[in-house]
Design a binder for this molecule. Sequence first.
Ligand code: TMP
Length: 219
Amino acid sequence: MTEPAKRGLFISFEGPEGCGKTTQIRLLHERLVGAAHRVLITREPGGTAIGDEIRQLLQFSPAGRAMKPETELLLFTASRAQLVREVIAPALDSGVTVIADRFLDSTTVYQGVARKIDNGAVALINGFAVSSLLPDITFILDVDVDLSQKRVLGRPKAAGFPDRMEQQPRAFYERVRAGYLSLAASDARMRLVDASKPVAEVEARIWTHLHGFFDGNGL
Ligand code: TMP
């Protein structure tokens, strides 16, 4: 009889726009895949056929301009509910390491703190959507609002730039940063990383928190 696969590690990355999540996720992916690990990257909102349609509505559709904060909360969490059941949980069950580019903490911070929706309501809806599946470890990449905005403006412009979530007043992004800092201090799952440092330094810092999970496993 074959042994059931050991459950995969679930890692999430969080932080404001321009914090360097995408780069750090790519580097971690390369490191793990180079050591023959099976790894899956997810990105929110989206990642399923349903989620990709929701992403369109949330970020790019002209209809989104009239969106109320409560609707936004339900759409982000609806996209995640599908992603968890269709992609993340099956991958973890089959032993794949999952690296999530945003997960429920984005909703806590963006819709709860920055959009000022009641914390209790956000926690309830968040919990329902993920059905108690939480990351094993969450990296919060911290940059201040000036650096975040400088990096976003310096990026090659993707189609649809700036999207709806990138057109908020500065005070919104100040609340996002404060929300992440307070989350980092309140939950043992969180690792706060100073992402204003050079890429290689941030990568090394992240790996100090992760290598223990992969010890003796080709890394
Ligand atoms: P990103 O491609 O920079 O990660 O953009 C995703 C945008 O969506 C970003 O502005 C954060 C926002 N967002 C929320 O407001 N709530 C959520 O739950 C998620 C996953 C993302």
